[in-house]
Design a protein around this ligand. Structure first.
Ligand SMILES: [Mg+2]
Length: 270
């Protein structure tokens, strides 16, 4: 089976590992499952996640290809376009810029110099250097015809100390409001493209995949959209009360902890 594993709230919470999950994934990998890590985050490069995941003892293949971030998926999707974009303005983090460069797209910053390079794409992720000038320049790129690409629309995400941080979706919303235009392409969950990119990278079909995620309106909704089965982990952002609040979003199984996850995966693979 192909396991599409969300990171925050499933493998770790901030710096802390979710107890037992690394062991479950290691045993599944030993049984022949392909484990891919899929995150809406676009701030870091896959290599940075690999380093972090090594510290948690989860199974990783060779290289970086078992990690698919919204930044990597955006880069792959853009590289497949005809014509392929030449220049992307990056209103986001360093990982997003590096992923775009690695598929052969030149990147520029949201500055007047960047705008002068006539970017074909505005790529938006969490931008820790957000300023009024950067926002205004990013909006101008869209107004001049750049393809408006959102890595994800998450309004918030949990920070290291439990504080809620403004997510990429807040930056996407700011650009959309000022440009008076919705994004042309949204990559991250609950849109299907991130899971599609991960299945492509694994060389396996999505109808054989099991999504393991803690986000009902992101991970599980995306799983339902692509026809994958899913295990909702109650180890992160979703509570039992949320399950009742969104009766139309149905995970295949619900697990409170790693032990229940292992049982669910054993049943689903039978
Ligand atoms: Mg999560």
């Amino acid at each position: 089976m192909l396991l599409l594993v969300d990171l925050d709230g499933v493998v770790y919470r901030g710096a802390e590992a979710v107890p037992g999950v690394a062991g479950v994934l290691t045993r599944r990998a030993a049984k022949g499952d392909k484990v891919m890590y899929v995150t809406n985050n676009s701030r870091w490069h896959r290599a940075d996640y690999r380093t972090r995941l090594e510290g948690h003892g989860v199974p990783l293949g060779e290289g970086w290809d078992s990690v698919v971030t919204a930044a990597r998926a955006a880069a792959v999707l853009l590289a497949e376009r005809d014509p392929k974009p030449r220049v992307a303005m990056v209103f986001g983090g360093p990982g997003l810029a590096r992923e775009l460069r690695e598929v052969g797209i030149r990147t520029v910053r949201p500055t007047p110099f960047g705008l002068a390079a006539a970017p074909d794409v505005l790529a938006v992720g969490v931008d820790f250097r957000l300023t009024y000038a950067r926002l205004t320049t990013a909006v101008e790129a869209v107004r001049r015809g750049a393809l408006f690409v959102a890595t994800n629309r998450d309004p918030i995400y949990p920070g290291a100390d439990g504080q809620l941080m403004a997510g990429a979706g807040a930056m996407v919303a700011a650009v959309a409001a000022a440009a008076m235009k919705e994004p042309d392409l949204v990559v991250g969950k609950p849109e299907p493209r991130l899971f599609e990119a991960a299945a492509d990278a694994a060389g396996m079909p999505l109808n054989d995949a099991i999504v393991i995620g803690d986000g009902l309106t992101t991970d599980i909704r995306a799983a339902n959209r692509v026809g994958a089965r899913s295990v909702l982990m109650l180890t992160g952002v979703t509570t039992e009360a949320d399950l009742a609040r969104f009766p139309d979003i149905k995970p295949t199984r619900v697990a409170h902890n790693a032990k229940e996850l292992e049982k669910a995966l054993a049943e689903l693979s039978a």
